[in-house]
Structures are given as structure tokens and as C-alpha cells.
Design a binder for this molecule. Structure first.
Ligand code: DLZ
Ligand code: SF4
Length: 508
């Protein structure tokens, strides 16, 4: 008898373990657009469209290769509405009673598959460089899980940018060169954009009709939706943007959303590209002398270091991880995250771009929207659900550790050794947002003072017990304590007033 082979919307790769394990002549691939997956958070319409369009094209590719595919479109009248429901329906139709599946990237779905009344074989997702076992072995006996050391192991394992057992250039990490402020001019015209074909147009109509009320602009839609397109986008990035990527990776500009960023994360995380092929393309450009070492190394570190590391943490820490709230924050997510009006230009720009592109780069996520949420004490689960919903590259295994751990310091310090908070000065150094803002970044108190400046001290003050003893934060507390008492009182009172107005829904 035949078996069912499940391929999820973020597993769109021909080398997927479930496909390798299956028998093309006998087994039946099951792919399903289901309302459960599209609405367990209110995903950005562009994200749903990317997943559905790429799924439809991937299914066609499998058929062309001789696979039998049972594909359910969202609007099929028989559609059961969930992954397990669709597996059961296909099992009944075909008489199959076993399922081959590559482990999903989310505890919720893993558990659903394990509890399904079907025999499900879960195979490791070996699109990643480190297996769960490898990560667990690395963790054993370590007090601190420093990404840097894990990353070095991944360099050794892949041989990327290695000269024998030494790192290229004799240094593992060139981040020191990667913190340049925003350039005056960006020579890169942005990521390669693709005009929707018939398949994509049909999906766009469907998404508009069914999920048009979700936050985010559906059109114009320009993402790659096949591996071939994604590879062209990658080549375009490597050639035109990568040489400057390192220098400006942390910079932000009012009038340029992409700077020198690759925007390959949506393709990596849906499976259209694999981490190794992306890194090999980058390494080759560096070897050819087209790209400086700080750019190539910085890029490769994000992919084989950070990306693999956060996945390891997600699976190590278990299903409750996304709900953690280590700092006991409880404020509701302010309306400005959904496009509500704000006078804070950095936030307005980051949210506007998120709404239009389903994309923002790491510093916009970490130091603008993330920093503000942490300073304001927003409930980390609400922050988590927001990031999971609004970004095209957001799947829980990668998004939750980045949000709950790195950005909101809610995991009890597993990922970050100190909270990523900053006053307006950091944003001003790395961007031109402040020049275009109603607030004044140089004002610490009084009319027009940048809210980040006020909230920064409010945060440190209200979490004094937790952070005072942290060796990396001692300086901040000493600076605070040196201010005279009146001034400290003013800062705290103005911050409290700001938060009150934020909660009242005023345009802050
Ligand atoms: C994100 C997503 C969406 C929007 N829709 C589907 C879908 O209809 N069918 C499907 O198989 N996968 C979808 N996905 C991706 C899954 O949510 C993803 O596999 C899990 O979150 C695990 O990472
Ligand atoms: Fe953001 Fe403050 Fe700068 Fe305005 S002044 S853009 S609120 S950091």
C-alpha cells in the first residue's frame, strides 16, 4: 500500500527528508492550504501569499518529476481546514495508513502530528546544518550558551571560509568592521523583484478575499516563489549588495528600506533555498575577490551561526518557551504596532515598512520595535505573536527565540546576557530617523524629549533588582545614580506620563 508524504508550506525543498525517504512510484505527496495554518496568528497577507504560491509551484514541480500529489487549495469544498484533518481525509481516500513527515518547525504541529490517529514517521529536518543531537551535545556541560563558540563549530563542520583548521584571515569574527552608521547614498537598487504570473495572481485574489482584513498590504507582491527565482535573487544580492552588506548591516535610512540587505530569509525559511547553497554562493564571491571578508563572514555567521543557534535553543527549551515572561511585563501591545498613528518617526517608519513589505531588517526589529516594546514593558507573548504574524520570514522556531529571548529578555537570560535596550542615541547614530522626527533625540526631559530617552531610565529603574549586579550593566546604573535626585524624579515622572498616554490610546 502507499504511504502519505506530508510537505508543509515551509518545507518546499526537493531534498526534503520525507521526500528522500519516500517511494515516488508508490507513495502519495499531500500538500494542503488550510485555514488553521493561515490564521492561528493573523499572518501578513504577503506571507500567506508567498507560502501558498510557492506551495502550488512546488507541487507542480513534484508532479513534473513523476510524483503523485494530492494538493488541497484553500477553497476546495472538501478541505478539512487543518493539516491533520487533511491527512485523515487523504488517508481515507487512498487507503494509506502511514505518513512520512519531516519534523515541523513548531511544537504545536509536531504535537498535532504525534497525536493524530495515524502512524506518523517524523524524520529529522536535515536542511539544517546542526541536528538536535549535535546541538544538545554542544550544550552539555556549558554554563553559558555563547553563539560565537557554536558558530566556530559550524564553520569547522561546513569548512566555510576555513583554511585548514584555521578561520580565513586568522580571525573568526569581523563584526568590529560591521557597525558603520547609515551611508549618505545607497548604490544598491534593492532586492530582485518578480512580476506575479498567473499562479501568483490567482493566489493573490484568494488571499485578498479570505485574509484581506489582516494587517499588511498584499500588493504589490514581488517575492520569488520558486527555487529558480530565489536563486536569481540571491545572485543579484551577492553581485550588487554583498560587498557593502557588512559595513552597513546595522544602518537604517528613512527613505531606503533594504539598504544592502539580501531579503533571502523568506526563501530560506520556506525551503526554496538551503543555508548551504546560500553560504557557498557568498563564500565563492569572497574567494573570487569580489567581496570583502567582513561582509562574507558577517553574512555566513548569520546563517550557519545565529540561525542554527536559535533553532537549537527553540528545540532545547521546549514548547512553553514562547510563553515565557521573565521580566513580568504586562502592557498590551500598543496600537501603533498595527499602524496606529505615532509621532515617533523610527517606529512609524519601521511599522509602515512592515505593513507594506512584510519585511524589516534585524536592527529595525531589535532596536526599534523590539527595543520600544521592552522599554515600555509590553507583554512578550503579544510581542511574539506580532512578529510571528507580520514578517514573511517568521516561523516559530526562528522567530520565538529572536523575540522572546534576544529582543524581549523574557527567557530568563538563556540567549542574551543583558537586555537589548537603548536610548534614542543609538537610533540616531545608526539612522537618519531622528532628523525627521517630531521629538528631539538630544532632549532628555521636557517638551519634545525623545520617549526612548525617558523609557530607558524607567526600564533600568524598575528592574534594578534584576540587573544592578550584571557586570555589563553596572556602568548604566552608576550613570543613573550620579544624576541628581530631582532630575531622576523628573525622568521617571515623564516616562510614567508617557506610558499613561500610550495606554490611553493617545497619539504619542
Ligand atoms: C505559514 C503557513 C501558512 C500561512 N499556511 C500554510 C498552509 O496552508 N499549509 C501548510 O502546510 N503550511 C502553511 N504554513 C506553514 C506552517 O504554518 C508551518 O509549517 C508551521 O508553522 C511549522 O513551521
Ligand atoms: Fe525615534 Fe526618538 Fe529618534 Fe524620534 S527622536 S526617531 S522617537 S529615537
Amino acid at each position: 500500500v502507499s504511504r502519505l508524504v506530508l510537505v508543509l508550506g515551509d518545507q518546499l525543498n526537493a531534498g526534503l527528508s520525507a521526500l528522500r525517504e519516500a517511494d515516488r512510484d508508490r507513495d502519495i505527496v499531500v500538500m494542503a492550504e488550510v485555514v488553521d495554518e493561515a490564521s492561528y496568528v493573523q499572518h501578513h497577507p504577503k506571507k500567506i501569499a508567498l507560502v501558498f504560491a510557492a506551495m502550488r509551484k512546488f507541487a507542480k514541480g513534484l508532479r513534473d518529476e513523476g510524483w503523485t500529489v494530492r494538493y488541497s487549495e484553500l477553497d476546495d469544498t472538501e478541505n478539512a481546514g487543518s493539516i491533520v484533518g487533511e491527512l485523515l481525509r487523504r488517508a481515507e481516500e487512498t487507503g494509506a495508513d502511514e505518513v512520512l513527515a519531516t519534523e515541523p518547525g513548531e511544537w504545536r504541529l509536531i504535537s498535532a502530528l504525534k497525536h493524530a490517529p495515524l502512524k506518523v514517521h517524523l524524520l529529522p529536518d536535515d536542511r539544517f546544518i546542526a541536528s538536535h543531537e549535535e546541538f544538545e551535545t554542544w550544550v552539555e556541560g556549558r554554563k553559558q550558551l555563547r553563539m560565537e563558540y557554536f558558530y566556530r563549530d559550524m564553520r569547522r563542520k561546513t569548512g566555510l571560509m576555513m583554511e585548514g583548521d584555521k578561520p580565513a584571515g586568522d580571525k573568526w569574527n569581523y563584526d568590529h568592521d560591521n557597525r558603520k552608521p547609515a551611508p549618505d547614498e545607497v548604490e544598491f537598487g534593492g532586492p530582485m523583484q518578480f512580476t506575479p504570473d498567473e499562479t501568483v495572481e490567482a493566489v493573490l485574489d484568494l488571499v485578498e478575499a479570505r485574509f484581506g482584513s489582516h494587517f499588511g498590504e498584499l500588493r504589490p507582491f514581488w517575492f520569488a516563489t520558486t527555487t529558480a527565482q530565489a536563486r536569481r535573487a540571491l545572485t543579484h544580492f551577492v553581485k550588487h549588495a554583498l560587498p557593502s552588506f557588512g559595513d552597513y548591516q546595522d544602518a537604517m535610512l528613512n527613505d531606503n528600506r533594504f539598504l544592502y540587505h539580501a531579503i533571502v530569509s523568506p526563501y530560506l525559511n520556506t525551503g526554496l533555498l538551503t543555508p548551504l547553497e546560500v553560504c557557498e554562493a557568498v563564500e565563492a564571491a569572497w574567494k573570487a575577490g569580489d567581496v570583502p571578508i567582513n561582509a562574507a563572514e558577517g553574512f555566513i555567521r548569520q546563517v550557519i551561526g545565529w540561525r542554527e543557534y536559535v533553532r537549537g535553543i527553540y528545540f532545547l527549551e521546549g514548547p512553553e518557551y514562547p510563553q515565557r515572561n521573565g521580566l513580568d511585563h504586562s502592557r498590551d501591545l500598543p496600537d501603533l504596532y498595527w499602524g496606529g498613528k505615532t509621532q515617533m518617526n523610527c517606529l512609524a517608519r519601521a511599522v509602515e515598512q512592515t505593513r507594506e513589505e512584510a519585511y524589516a531588517h534585524h536592527i529595525q526589529r531589535l532596536m526599534v520595535t523590539g527595543n520600544f516594546g521592552l522599554l515600555a514593558g509590553v507583554h512578550p507573548t503579544q510581542m511574539h505573536e506580532w512578529y510571528l504574524a507580520v514578517y514573511a520570514d517568521a516561523f516559530e522556531w526562528v522567530e520565538a527565540p529572536n523575540t522572546v529571548g534576544m529582543s524581549q529578555f523574557a527567557d530568563g537570560g538563556v540567549i542574551a546576557s543583558k537586555p537589548y535596550v537603548s536610548s534614542g542615541a543609538y537610533i540616531n547614530r545608526m539612522s537618519d530617523y531622528c532628523k525627521n522626527c517630531a521629538y528631539s533625540v538630544s532632549k532628555k526631559t521636557g517638551e519634545g524629549a525623545c520617549p526612548f530617552n525617558l523609557l530607558y531610565w524607567h526600564f533600568l529603574d524598575r528592574h534594578r533588582d534584576r540587573f544592578e549586579g550584571n557586570p555589563r550593566m553596572g556602568n548604566m546604573y552608576r550613570t543613573w545614580d550620579r544624576m541628581d535626585a530631582d532630575r531622576r524624579e523628573t525622568v521617571l515622572a515623564e516616562a510614567a506620563d508617557f506610558l499613561k498616554r500610550l495606554d490611553a490610546g493617545e497619539k504619542v
